[in-house]
Write a protein that binds this ligand. Structure first.
Ligand SMILES: [Zn+2]
Length: 194
């Protein structure tokens, strides 16, 4: 009896170790000194992984911590979009994970809460990953591609998301996001999720 218990403990510990190894390094909300969310979030369960781009100029001069602070400040206030359209104050950063130009990954909105969007689709059930850049013209660099693959693989395993549920924003709403140079990566990303 005692032996069985010991074996079970060893197996369990090994399982935890393997899983932890697969998570890529992520800069947490406390690392970038996130503010608390504003108002009430909507809880959801992850069924899809959906990739976005920021659609902005690459900023290698700013740290990922600063980018997340800036994005959170913009997200949590009423503001105008570049299109002139009004954006209400959101609960938090719209995306769950942010991949910067240097390939670093930061935690955005806590994944238990559905994201936000300026477009016409319901982000409930979607794990939202955003990559810094404007990928109709920019090419994602090797560090960004490596991080995108690592996070898709990890999220797919963790939430049991199959390859055909790894898509881009454009598959759900009228937008160019995440850009053609990210879309080229989808066959490979979907394979990782299998
Ligand atoms: Zn998008």
């Amino acid at each position: 009896m005692k032996r069985i218990v010991i074996i079970a403990i060893v197996l369990c510990a090994a399982g935890i170790h393997v899983d932890a190894q697969k998570a890529p390094p992520i800069i947490s909300r406390s690392d970038w000194k996130a503010n608390a969310p504003v108002g009430e979030g909507k809880k959801h369960k992850i069924k899809f992984i959906t990739i976005h781009h920021t659609g902005t100029k690459l900023r290698p001069d700013l740290t990922i911590e600063t980018k997340l602070k800036n994005l959170q400040a913009f997200s949590q206030r009423d503001d105008k979009l570049s299109s002139g359209k009004f954006k209400p104050a959101w609960f938090d950063v719209p995306y769950h994970y942010y991949i910067a130009v240097d390939g670093k990954i930061a935690e955005g909105r806590q994944i238990d809460y559905a994201g936000d969007t300026n477009t016409e689709y319901d982000p409930a059930g979607h794990a939202l990953v955003v990559v810094e850049g404007s990928f109709d013209t920019d090419e994602p660099n090797a560090a960004q591609v490596g991080s995108l693959k690592a996070i898709v693989k990890w999220l797919a395993k963790k939430y049991k998301v199959k390859g055909d549920r790894v898509k881009g924003h454009r598959d759900y709403a009228k937008t160019d996001c995440p850009g053609s140079n990210i879309e080229k990566l989808f066959p490979e990303l979907r394979k990782l999720a299998r």
